[in-house]
Write a protein that binds this ligand. Structure first.
Ligand SMILES: C[S@@+](CC[C@H](N)C(=O)[O-])C[C@H]1O[C@@H](n2cnc3c(N)ncnc32)[C@H](O)[C@@H]1O
Length: 467
């Protein structure tokens, strides 16, 4: 973490003589990142382009800004009759967003002064810089009135687009506000222990020795950290003892494989149809009792992302056949895979389908601002095509696990209801269905407790009976 974010409420953040980037430099980078996100780029892609010494601090501030962007934009509309030019507006909304929390990271006047410094660095005109200064000082003086004026605006109040709120209300008339509140909270860092390397109690004690506070999570292999740390702080991370993975995602491997793994030395043939970056591919392989008991083909449409599967597996000392192809374009990849693996069909297929990511807003707060309402129907069409293309590849007696990291019913339960009408031979097995994101509170999770926390997710397990 850099100097400025380590010193909240300190005017030293502005001191150019301290080590690390100044707050003004960080604000420049955050505002630029916000402008890029507003133009449709993902925060992850934008942050990858930020200079390394700035990145961690900019990431933390950008996430804070994106979580309250609806309120910040509504306040800006109250303050400015006309929306400023894009660069000035991004800086103004960044500073407003960082002033919003009841206990902000920085003292208000420090932040305003640094925002004005940032304006000078950002080739914002002098009049725009004066305008930003005026707006921010007005906000400091009239904060309660301004927040009162926007309080009834749902986008300002809930920090989600209106179409998203409407969809949540339709899908979850009782729970939509809890989902929104969870989305606006910060998810804890969750780990998956690689049981091929050590047990969960062993890894918890390694963490304790390393001074990293943690509790056991749900499932067999989950751990939740009290505070996120860089992976380099995790004992034996480079040797593959643990992976970073949300608890909901950790349900995939046991759901698909429990009760299916052969105990007679035979090999189970598995297709992971949408595999990158390989988190679930790796868990499937870790779940196997011996390397020989599981043969995994990992398909991925995006060649660049497919490289990440190799990286994931290499670190963990695991192996799969990574194939770059579109899963629904069966005729291009299936004959090659059939020849290479000596199989006609698969005993188990994992379809972790591309989706809106509406369940992981806690971790990716940009998602809600990037998506458009029309995206959901398009994604549902892709999911349907994938399901219909892959089901014939399940061997009789085998299974297909369909999942998405979305809470929207169109991408989850509605999809499966339609699927079962199209494929009447498919039988549903027990699976969680829609899981709603949790509102994580570290204080409630002291050592020795079992932490219940997960992102929003959807799981349906489909069985193909023997003929
Ligand atoms: C939800 S992510 C998968 C995450 C992965 N299962 C994991 O646990 O790390 C969906 C992936 O599917 C890929 N994808 C999208 N359409 C695809 C298609 N038609 N065929 C294969 N992969 C596809 C995306 O590029 C993306 O990497």
């Amino acid at each position: 973490m850099n100097q400025a974010s380590r010193k909240p409420h300190s005017s030293r953040a502005a001191d150019a003589s301290t080590q690390g980037p100044s707050l003004a430099e960080q604000l420049v980078a955050v505002a630029r990142a916000l402008q890029d996100v507003r133009q449709g780029q993902s925060a992850r892609a934008v942050l990858a382009g930020v200079d390394a010494p700035l990145r961690a601090g900019v990431q933390a501030l950008l996430m804070d800004v994106l979580r309250v962007l609806g309120t910040a934009e509504a306040v800006r509309t109250e303050l400015a009759a006309r929306k400023p030019a894009a660069a000035a507006d991004a800086l103004l909304c960044t500073a407003l967003a960082l002033l919003l929390p009841d206990t902000p990271r920085y003292d208000g006047f420090t932040l305003v002064n640094q925002a004005v410094e940032a304006a000078k660095k950002r080739s914002v005109t002098r009049s725009q810089s004066n305008f930003i200064n005026g707006c921010l000082r007005t906000f400091l003086r009239e904060r309660d009135d301004l927040l009162g004026a926007v309080a009834a605006d749902p986008i300002a109040k809930y920090n989600h687009p209106q179409w998203w709120l409407d969809r949540l209300k339709k899908d979850y008339p009782r729970d939509w506000q809890a989902i929104v509140a969870a989305n606006n909270s910060q998810a804890p860092m969750a780990l998956r222990v690689n049981l091929q390397r050590c047990s969960r109690p062993q890894y918890l004690s390694l963490l304790e020795q390393a001074g990293v506070a943690a509790v056991a999570g749900s499932g067999e292999v989950g751990i939740i950290l009290a505070k996120a740390v860089p992976v380099e702080y995790l004992p034996h991370f480079a040797d593959g003892w643990v992976s970073v993975q949300d608890s909901a995602a950790q349900m995939a491997a046991p759901l698909l494989l429990s009760g299916l793994l052969p105990c007679d030395g035979a090999t189970l043939h598995v297709l992971d149809a949408c595999a990158a970056p390989g988190g679930k591919t790796a868990h499937l392989l870790e779940f196997a009792p011996t390397p020989k008991s599981l043969d995994v083909v990992a398909l991925e449409i995006d060649a660049k992302r497919a490289e990440r599967i190799d990286g994931t597996l290499q670190r963990l000392g695991l192996a799969a056949d990574v194939v770059v192809a579109s899963a629904d374009d069966v005729k291009t990849w299936l004959p090659v895979v059939q020849a290479r693996h000596g199989v006609q069909q698969f005993d188990a297929i994992l379809l972790d389908a591309p989706c809106s990511a509406s369940g992981i807003v806690r971790r990716q707060p940009d998602v809600r601002w990037l998506r458009r309402s029309g995206d959901i129907a398009q994604l549902a069409t892709i999911q349907r095509q994938l399901l219909d293309a892959l089901w014939p590849l399940v061997a009789p007696g085998g299974r297909l696990l369909y999942c998405t990291c979305s809470v929207f019913r169109e991408e989850g339960e509605d999809q499966i209801v339609r699927f079962l009408q199209t494929w009447p031979e498919a039988k549903r097995l027990a699976a969680p269905g829609h899981l709603l994101p949790q509102h994580w509170n570290a204080v409630d999770n002291s050592p020795g407790t079992l932490a219940q926390d997960h992102d929003g997710f959807y799981y349906a397990l489909l069985h193909k009976p023997l003929r």
